[in-house]
Design a protein around this ligand. Structure first.
Ligand code: KDG
Ligand code: MG
Length: 408
């Protein structure tokens, strides 16, 4: 069974998504997510101009060989654009294999290891009161683990804080502005470090000790500041503290690790098993944050998680709404199959997106499940997708109060 067609579909149902659609000589269709937020067309071109011509005529069943062919064979290795493009191909091939076998992909990865994947939702508020409402809204919708992001007194818009919700309203955070240049946010680490512990104290007092709580520091702290934050949050028993330092210097976490027992997660911007060598072998982290969509697909992440398993490190795959439902499905099949699953991020896609991508995964009682549809379990409505044109959208940049550009 050979690959006969390889088409790249760019669509924008409220945000931009890149999807690779492969079709075999037997008429089987496979979908892969190639979305890289703010750099979507770079991956679309990589796929369309450099990868699709190599795929046509290849054996569709040879998932591992195609993965090696595209990563070793390109000579230029790793990096987010390359690894997202390889991810798209890999997911589409697993989708095809599952459809041909008549099995959901998780069955091909070793079968079911759990009833469902514990999901965490994003609660946020510009004020403590708004945050409490957001947490209640999430609990009412079935979430059993919550990430908290909060406004900081004296700062304007802060990462992860959406429009304040009324009772029963949904979280609607969308950082990527549809503007010609990135929006500029401001940042003050000392103000942040002073404020955050008081928020966790109030939330623990209100919701008790059982609820798993998470927080994303989004790459902004020095190792010493990160250690300070980890220590100050120890009394509130976090499930994890994410991306405390910029991920491109894994050694920075040695100091953080030595200073605090708060569990650490990192890696949404890491794209290869090689990026994790120090983090994993020195046990500097507790959770891997890479997503299949940016880390070479199911094949890339399976290798990474089997390596992490040797050191007792678990998964917490990145899944904001800037990864498409196809990428979400790929993560869920891994979540159900991997022994060293930890938790799954879950931001719900908007209704328009779920009209373009028809999914078979479910969320009930705090748990996600990929469903039993053969393959990944996602269909793409090509006609609707074609009507929703790409619009440039950039993630924000961050500046300190004196104007210095800081990590966002
Ligand atoms: O595109 C960038 C987002 O995916 C990122 O800011 C989201 O940090 C994030 C998270 O934890 O979901
Ligand atoms: Mg994050």
């Amino acid at each position: 069974m050979r690959i006969e067609r390889a088409d790249v579909v760019v669509t924008s149902p409220g945000r931009n998504f890149v999807t690779l659609r492969l079709q075999t000589t037997d008429g089987v269709v496979g979908l892969g997510d190639g979305t890289l937020n703010g750099r979507e067309l770079a991956v679309a071109s990589y796929l369309r101009d450099h990868v699709a011509p190599l795929l046509v005529g290849r054996e569709a069943h040879d998932v591992e060989d195609t993965w090696q062919y595209l990563s070793r064979g390109a000579y230029w290795r790793r990096g987010p654009v390359t690894m997202t493009a390889i991810a798209a191909v890999d997911m589409a091939l697993w989708d095809i294999k599952g459809k041909v076998a008549g099995l959901p992909v998780y069955q091909l990865l070793g079968g079911r290891s759990r009833r469902g994947a514990l999901a965490y939702g994003h609660a946020s508020g510009t004020t403590l009161e708004a945050l409490m409402t957001s947490i209640r809204n999430h609990l009412d919708r079935g979430f059993r683990a919550i990430r908290l992001q909060t406004g900081v007194p004296g700062l304007g818009k802060v990462y992860g804080v959406g429009t304040d919700q009324g009772v029963g309203q949904k979280y609607d955070y969308e950082p990527a502005g549809r503007t010609a240049v990135p929006v500029e946010e401001d940042w003050d680490t000392r103000a942040y470090l002073r404020h955050i512990p008081s928020v966790f104290e109030a939330v623990r007092a209100e919701f008790g000790p059982e609820l798993p709580l998470l927080h994303d520091a989004h790459h902004r702290l020095s190792p010493n500041e990160a250690a300070q934050l980890g220590r100050s949050l120890e009394p509130y028993d976090l499930f994890w503290l994410e991306d405390v330092t910029p991920a491109d210097n894994p050694e920075a976490l040695r100091r953080v690790r030595a200073m605090t027992t708060t569990p650490l997660a990192i890696g949404e911007v890491l794209t290869s098993i090689h990026d994790y060598r120090t983090l994993v072998t020195e046990q500097l982290i507790d959770y891997v944050r890479s997503s299949p969509a940016h880390t070479g697909g199911i094949t890339g992440v399976k290798k990474l998680m089997d390596f992490a398993a040797l050191y007792g490190i678990r998964s917490g795959f990145h899944q904001p709404t800037d990864i498409s439902p196809v990428g979400m499905a790929a993560a869920l099949h891994l979540d159900i199959a991997l022994h060293n699953f930890g938790i799954q991020e879950f931001m719900e896609h908007n209704e328009r997106t779920l009209e373009v991508f028809r999914t078979s995964y479910t969320f009930a009682d705090g748990l996600l499940d990929p469903g039993e549809t053969p393959g990944l379990g996602v269909d793409l409505d090509l006609d609707l997708a074609a009507q929703l044109e790409y619009t440039p959208a950039y993630l924000p940049v961050n500046r300190l109060r004196d104007g210095t550009l800081h990590d966002w």
